[in-house]
Design a protein around this ligand. Sequence first.
Ligand SMILES: [Zn+2]
Length: 82
Amino acid sequence: MKCPICGNEMVEGGLIVNSVNPGWVPMEQFERKGIKRLAYTGLRIIGETNVLLNQTKIPNAWFCRNCNKITGIFDVTNHLEE
Ligand SMILES: [Zn+2]
């Protein structure tokens, strides 16, 4: 994949998260402060979690050596009604 910023060829890889259930939320929820961070209704989970290792692997991430940035196209692994 070409870097969307500089156009160089990126290095394919994946993300390793030393936790469970990383996810995406809309900006309104992302900007929450305090106790409200304990309950997200719009959380789109990504990656596959190994609970025993407390680790989540997220494929389809690319690294640009030139920009020192990572970009990714991540499958959402939970299903919300909306
Ligand atoms: Zn780049």
